[in-house]
Structures are given as structure tokens and as C-alpha cells.
Design a binder for this molecule. Structure first.
Ligand SMILES: Cc1cc2nc3c(=O)[nH]c(=O)nc-3n(C[C@H](O)[C@H](O)[C@H](O)COP(=O)(O)OP(=O)(O)OC[C@H]3O[C@@H](n4cnc5c(N)ncnc54)[C@H](O)[C@@H]3O)c2cc1C
Length: 340
């Protein structure tokens, strides 16, 4: 059945930057059949489409002259098990953090390092969400997606998704083509804490915990995030605005020679991931304000609105950050959110 279409629909409440923008058409979708009906609707033929979850990883730079499809597929159920994992299917429209917490309460831990990441479950595979030493890919079984071109539902394995650092096929060849309907998680039967990440280790130590239970990691991660990151309900933002750049060992050596305090983390294979927040801070931009947009004072990787910034203002600030970092370090920072 064709979902209700809203015209000239305001999107301010549907993006965590709180940017004012309108969609020519907007609808909510709870099942694949509704996507099929949308595909067959002549008034929508040829219009650009934007799939929307919680709007926490996108920057709207103006009105969207097309159809915004907000995916609201519900549900959370245990499907079965493999030798080492519980398989749990979660609808794309379920809130990510609520699902993490619910699974924990059901005795299915494994996602606690990813607690409090805003947004919905359907968007989690798009950039392979990650935080505090864990990525979705490590807890992923498969997903069900609607293919806009073939107009069929397809099951995709982890290999099909080709996950990378804040990356997957959904940001490349399947961008705009596959709509995630549900994800199936693989949660370890033999749970082990992931507590090696410095912030998590410090927080647990400060709490006097040496052998953490899943709930204790969850609480530690929530506490760290509440301290460090702006709450989108209070200060508009989309989390980290830039990816941490990855350089070769030689490039790293050359940079360190000029900037001895440069922060980097060695990756397997000899490459080094640099802390983009450090680069932005060293370029003198931490805490700056440009119009109604700013670089967050407690974490330079986060761009914020200081109340009512337009998408264009935020984009101009992002460009300034990219240019100043490029001038000083010869590195071009890549944005993490999707710019629409
Ligand atoms: C305060 C804050 C902290 C954050 N911290 C982290 C963090 O630690 N780690 C991290 O990885 N991210 C983080 N993020 C970014 C963001 O929360 C995640 O990327 C999240 O998965 C986005 O979910 P969403 O539902 O809001 O996606 P949206 O913003 O709605 O969409 C993001 C992209 O995914 C696409 N998309 C959404 N749903 C679907 C679907 N069902 N099918 C196909 N495509 C879809 C959209 O078209 C868009 O391209 C943070 C954001 C904020 C505001």
C-alpha cells in the first residue's frame, strides 16, 4: 500500500543539527511492500530520494527537491544461534541505543561499547558504526535490504557489505540504491569485555572495576560519552564531522618530524590513523565560532550549531577546517556525515 505522502514537509526535527529544510515529499515506511508501492507511483517517478533514519549523520544544505523516505520498520526478535553466537534480528526503524540496552537486559551483551550512538538500527551498517574499540562489523551476521532498481528484497552478508572504517558498500556502489529493512546481529555466546580502549580502561579503573560485567562497560561508555559529546537535543550536531585520516608509515614519519606531538594510532599493516581532532586543534580551530556554526570546545572533531545555523553555514565552517588543516599538514579531512 502507498504510504501517506506529505508535501513541503519540514525536516528540522528529523536531523540532529536541527537545520531548517523542507522535503518536496516525505513519507514513513514500515514494510517492503510500501517501498514497492512508492516505486510504482507515477507522481514520484524520476524524483531524487533520500532514505532517512534518525538524521544524526547527515547535513542538509538546503531544501530537498525529491522524496524523503523515513524508514520505520519495527521489531526485535531472536532468530536462532550458531556455534558461537546468538542471532538477533532488529528492524531498521528501531532506535540503536534502545536496542543495545534491551539486548543487554535480555542477557545478550556484545554491543555495550556502542551504547549511546544516536540514530536507528538501519543506519548502523551504512558507515559501520564504531566507538571505544568496537565496530558493528564485529557483531554483524547479515541484513535484509530493498533494492530500488530490481524492486526486490535481498539478503546481504558481511562480505557483501564490505565494511571498512566508517565505510561500507552503502556509501559506495549501493548509495541510494539499497534500503536496509532489518539487520541480524551475531552476539557472542562467550562474552569477553572490550576494555582496551584508553578512555574505557581509565573510566573502569576510576570506578574500581577490574573484571567488568557487560552492564559496567555500558555504564562506563555512557558516562564517557555524556561528558565528552554534546547532546543533540541541546546542541545541534552530527557527532564526529571528519574521519580520522589514515597515512602510510613514511608520511607519518615526515609529519612527526615537523609536529612531534602529533597523535596517531598504528594500524595492522604499517599504516597510521591520525587523530583528526588533534589536527583541528593544532590548526587553531578548536572552539571557534563562525556565524551560528562552531567547532565544539570539548572535542574539535564535532561541528555544532550555536543556535539556528543553516546547512550552508556549517558547510562553510567544514570547508574552512579542511583548508586550514590542509595548509598546515598537507592532509584533506574527509567528512563523515552524508552531505545532502
Ligand atoms: C552526538 C553524536 C555522536 C555520534 N557518535 C558516533 C559514534 O561514536 N560512532 C559512529 O559510528 N557514529 C556516531 N555518530 C553518527 C551517527 O549517530 C551514526 O552514523 C548513526 O548510525 C546514524 O543513524 P541515523 O539513523 O541517524 O542515520 P541518518 O542520519 O538518518 O542517515 C545516515 C545515512 O544513512 C542512510 N540511511 C539511514 N537509514 C537507512 C536505511 N534504513 N537504509 C539505507 N540507508 C539508510 C541515509 O540515507 C544517510 O546516508 C554520532 C552522531 C551524533 C549526533
Amino acid at each position: 500500500m502507498l504510504p501517506t505522502l506529505h508535501e513541503r514537509f519540514p525536516l528540522r526535527e528529523f536531523n540532529t543539527f536541527g537545520v531548517e529544510a523542507r522535503a518536496r515529499y516525505f513519507c514513513r515506511v514500515r514494510a517492503a511492500g510500501e517501498l514497492a508501492a512508492l516505486a510504482a507511483e507515477p507522481t514520484l517517478a524520476g524524483l531524487p530520494r533520500l532514505v532517512l533514519g534518525g538524521g544524526s549523520n547527515l547535513l542538509l544544505t538546503g531544501d530537498f527537491d525529491g522524496l524523503v523516505v523515513k524508514v520505520e520498520v519495527p521489531g526485535l526478535r531472536e532468530l536462532g544461534e550458531t556455534g558461537d553466537a546468538w542471532q538477533v534480528e532488529v528492524g531498521a526503524g528501531e532506535n540503536w541505543h534502545a536496542a543495545v540496552e534491551r539486548l543487554l537486559a535480555m542477557g545478550r551483551p556484545g554491543l555495550e561499547n556502542l551504547a549511546l550512538i544516536p540514530g536507528n538500527c538501519g543506519a548502523a551498517p551504512i558507515q559501520n558504526i564504531g566507538a571505544y574499540g568496537l565496530e558493528l562489523a564485529e557483531r554483524f551476521d547479515s541484513l535484509l535490504a530493498w533494492d530500488v532498481e530490481t524492486r526486490q528484497a535481498v539478503r546481504m552478508s558481511a562480505a557483501d557489505c564490505d565494511f571498512g572504517y566508517r565505510d561500507s558498500v552503502f556509501k559506495r556502489q549501493f548509495a541510494g540504491r539499497r534500503v536496509v529493512l532489518s539487520i541480524t546481529l551475531a552476539l557472542p555466546k562467550q562474552w569477553q569485555p572490550v576494555a582496551g580502549y584508553a578512555d574505557v580502561a581509565h573510566e573502569l579503573k576510576a570506578r574500581g572495576i577490574s573484571q567488568p560485567e557487560p552492564r559496567e562497560i555500558f555504564d562506563a561508555v555512557v558516562a564517557i560519552r555524556r561528558r565528552k559529546l554534546p547532546d543533540p537535543a541541546v546542541t545541534g550536531n552530527a557527532g564526529s564531522f571528519f574521519k580520522n585520516p589514515v597515512v602510510t608509515r613514511e608520511e607519518h614519519r615526515a609529519l612527526i618530524a615537523h609536529h612531534p606531538s602529533l597523535v596517531g594510532y598504528p594500524l595492522p599493516g604499517g599504516r597510521v590513523k591520525l587523530a583528526a581532532a588533534w589536527l583541528i586543534d593544532a590548526a587553531g580551530l578548536k572552539g571557534v565560532t563562525r556565524g551560528r556554526a562552531g567547532v565544539y570546545e570539548k572535542q574539535a572533531l564535532v561541528l555544532v550549531t550555536r543556535g539556528g545555523a543553516t546547512g550552508a553555514e556549517i558547510l562553510a565552517l567544514a570547508r574552512e577546517v579542511q583548508e586550514k588543516v590542509a595548509e598546515k599538514f598537507g592532509l584533506w579531512l574527509e567528512p563523515e556525515p552524508v552531505i545532502v
